[in-house]
Ligand binder design. Structure first.
Ligand SMILES: Cc1cc2nc3c(=O)[nH]c(=O)nc-3n(C[C@H](O)[C@H](O)[C@H](O)COP(=O)(O)O)c2cc1C
Length: 220
């Protein structure tokens, strides 16, 4: 074990600021709109890759796994989050067996964390098709390469598969891989965390209640 590691980690500043202040009384009553506000701030402030988020899933036995994905858009009800993946991947199997998941974002420049959790559904094939065909060619080729999350024998096997996928996309630019799926997580719970350099963090929690949202603060 690296004996110096704990000290080196302690020396890295976290939530050092200056950070924005968050007045929970001024928050939007709908968490989807509050998310859109914070996402706008992140885009305006040049937060790197603010649309990269962690998706946590669990299999039918409750065994969890997490990975980062890209947010592809917000659902029409403004409290749902759209992402795309391969239904045959590890997460795809988890979601088929247990269609509930959690998303989280962390934007260190602003000391902000957002969490969302709720049921996930796969959207119809036409939406998946539009999503896939809207991608640049390299990304479409990657989408036809092998099977996401299956064991790969070595880099040589990948090169060969990629050449095969490039030929396939060149021959049929409208082709869409069978497993390509657009998913939507409809949040029934969300939390907005605003970090503070002195530890006065603000946590605002929303829970869906029918067509409404109940809002409340959490101890930091
Ligand atoms: C910045 C970044 C963005 C990513 N975006 C996606 C994405 O939008 N969809 C996706 O399926 N995988 C994406 N990945 C790859 C996933 O993190 C993961 O490796 C892959 O989906 C397989 O996950 P699984 O084995 O848990 O199913 C991204 C990876 C990184 C580093």
């Amino acid at each position: 074990m690296d004996e110096e590691l704990p000290a080196r980690l302690r020396a890295v500043p976290v939530l050092a600021g200056p950070l924005p202040r968050f007045d929970p009384d001024g928050a939007d009553p709908a968490p989807g709109r509050q998310f859109a506000r914070w996402l706008d701030d992140a885009l305006d402030d040049g937060v790197p890759e603010p649309h990269v988020m962690t998706l946590s899933t669990a299999d039918r036995d409750g065994k969890p796994s997490a990975r980062v994905l890209m947010l592809r858009g917000l659902g029409a009800d403004a409290c749902s989050f759209v992402f795309a993946s391969d239904a045959g991947s590890h997460k795809g199997h988890d979601l088929a067996a247990n269609p509930h998941a959690a998303l989280s974002w962390y934007w260190p420049h602003q000391g902000r964390q957002i969490r969302a959790a709720g049921p996930v559904e796969a959207l119809d094939a036409g939406i998946a098709r539009g999503d896939f065909l809207g991608r640049r060619e390299a990304s479409r080729i990657a989408g036809f390469t092998g099977r996401m999350s299956a064991p790969l024998a070595g880099p040589g096997a990948y090169d060969e598969e990629r050449r095969r996928a490039a030929d396939l996309v060149a021959a049929d630019p409208q082709a869409v891989p069978e497993g390509h799926t657009v998913y939507r997580l409809r949040a029934d719970e969300m939390e907005f965390f605003q970090g503070d350099p002195d530890g006065f963090h603000v946590r605002l929690h929303y829970a869906r209640q029918g067509d409404d949202w109940k809002r409340g603060l959490l101890w930091p």
